[in-house]
Ligand binder design. Structure first.
Ligand code: TXE
Length: 479
């Protein structure tokens, strides 16, 4: 029987088509999951709205709401292995990385428990005989739509602040990775969270996702995913006049300057693109190097890339598992073929690995491409796989122009021993996050989001809580 999901205050199998969940490391279907019909989606949203308005949720004091978040965090910590397994079996990340991500999800709930208890209302200066108090109110029902690359962390990043802010959440996970959200919902239930506060609606974006956003009870949408889907969601939100927080794709420049510690920089570049098989919105997929050092740097990168151990995600020595699905692996392979047609040289990788261990899984070799310009399609479009394009630059102006010559603006990495220069370049680059002599260093307490086509709004940090609130100013006459 298909797995149930929580909607309208109970776990149901749903009258929609059954979703098959495939393990990308083996190609085998390991679970069937129920999905909701359009009536069930409407009922779930109506119930979520009632739950948002119920005094038992709406009137909770911040410390009481924080208590729920602490209990959920504890539940995640206790269920760490199960959560990690649930993600690994669906998206192929190594068990080690999945465990780290589950631990990070628990930390996110703890952080927003603290934010919830300590975030203050405001008393703006009066311009007359009155007192004005600005409070921050929930929207009501928040739709959270999430992708498959890191569901454990991304779902925590949306659900924790949205609940802390007093909303109820209807979560639509990616059709590729439903199990982690079902596990999270179970944990929330066991933590005593009343039914209707968190619902999960599994299914495809084109039907469950669009139907969810059409419900009038949905008052805000928080989305992480591809830029084209983000654009479609923004259009729906604009028509409905509801706010949309969008965390979208990237084509982030990773920069090595002449005076960098080249070996440390190359290690950072390799991790920055290949960790998680490049399926990360902040992957440093375009590497800019001084023209005179190009060949030397490529040689080091090739050596490092070829030493990465690919294997089954459960293997204790495995550093990289498969891509998240066979469909996505084929898309990555198509991009590498396109690079060849565009005249690229493939310095390493460029095909599926050989060996019986890899035959049925969605594996692909870490790949380094040289010989193109920044205008090539593979340097402009998000591949979202283990593919690095190396591009030479001539001087700082040329570097900044090339780095910014992209539709995206999510992240950037700079390796140098000159912090003044790093600061100057950091200020000149269009990106929501810049790393100097490190890469992919992330903190729940720092705002995160994109410039340009990489998104709208900032998750994480205090702004990550405000994202799910609307300001209300109440005036008291003092005459
Ligand atoms: O993402 P989608 P896909 C990028 C990456 C990848 C590309 C496509 O380049 O190759 O996007 O991936 C739901 N209304 N990123 O197709 O479509 C969908 O069901 C409502 C970057 O998997 O963006 C899923 O839950 N919902 C990225 C979620 O949107 C819709 C992470 C994301 O799927 C919908 C993932 C619709 N019309 C992919 N259409 C990042 N920023 O980290 C789809 N969905």
């Amino acid at each position: 029987m298909a797995m149930k999901f929580p909607a309208s205050g109970r776990w149901i199998t749903g009258a929609g088509p059954v979703l098959q969940s495939t393990n990308p490391a083996t190609g085998l279907v390991h679970a069937e999951i129920g999905t909701p019909s359009s009536e069930e989606i409407a009922q779930a949203c109506a119930f979520a709205a009632e739950s948002a308005a119920a005094k038992s949720w709406r009137d909770l004091k911040p410390h009481q709401r924080a208590d729920y978040l602490h209990r959920i965090a504890n539940g995640i910590s206790h269920g760490l292995d199960d959560l990690a397994q649930a993600q690994m079996i669906e998206n192929g990340k190594t068990l080690k990385e999945c465990r780290q991500q589950a631990a990070s999800a628990a930390a996110t709930f703890r952080y927003y428990a603290a934010v919830c208890e300590t975030m203050e209302s405001a008393v703006p200066p009066s311009r007359g005989d009155y007192l004005v108090v600005t409070t921050f109110e929930p929207y009501g029902v928040v739709a959270a739509i999430t992708p498959w690359n890191s569901p454990l962390t991304m779902e925590a990043q949306k659900v924790a602040p949205a609940l802390a802010a007093g909303n109820t959440v209807v979560l639509k996970p990616s059709e590729v990775t439903t199990l982690p959200s079902l596990s999270l919902a179970r944990i929330c239930e066991e933590a005593g969270l009343p039914s209707g506060i968190l619902s999960v609606l599994p299914g495809y974006g084109r039907d469950v996702g669009t139907s969810l956003l059409a419900q009038r009870e949905v008052r805000m949408v928080s989305f992480t995913g591809g830029t084209e889907t983000g654009r479609a969601i923004a259009q729906t939100a604009a028509k409905r006049l509801i706010p949309a927080a969008l965390e979208l794709g990237g084509k982030s420049p990773h920069i090595i300057l002449e005076d960098a510690d080249i070996d440390a920089a190359c290690a950072g570049v390799v991790d920055g693109i290949f960790e998680g098989m490049g399926q990360s919105c902040v992957a440093g997929s375009r590497l800019f190097v001084p023209r005179a050092r190009h060949d030397e740097i490529v040689d080091i990168l090739v050596r490092k890339a070829e030493s990465i151990r690919l294997g089954q995600p459960t293997g204790p020595d495995t550093e990289l598992g498969p891509l998240s699905s066979h469909h996505h692996r084929d898309k990555v392979a198509d991009y590498v073929d396109l690079a060849r047609k565009e005249g690229a040289s493939i310095a390493t990788g460029g095909s599926r690995p050989s060996g019986s261990e890899f035959d049925n899984g969605a594996f692909y070799q870490p790949t380094i491409i040289t010989g193109l310009t920044n205008a090539a399609r593979v340097c402009q479009e998000e591949i979202f796989g283990p593919v690095l394009c190396v591009l030479p630059f001539d001087n700082e102006q040329d570097l900044v122009e090339q780095a910014n010559d992209t539709a995206f603006g999510l992240a950037c990495g700079i390796w140098t021993s000159d912090y003044r220069r790093a600061w100057r370049i950091s200020r000149a680059i269009d990106a929501g996050t810049v790393w100097v002599n490190t890469y992919k260093q992330l903190s729940i307490s720092a705002p995160f989001g994109g410039f340009k086509d990489s998104g709208i709004g900032r998750e994480k940090g205090l702004s990550g809580m405000r994202l799910y609130q609307q300001a209300k100013s109440t005036y008291f006459s003092m005459k």
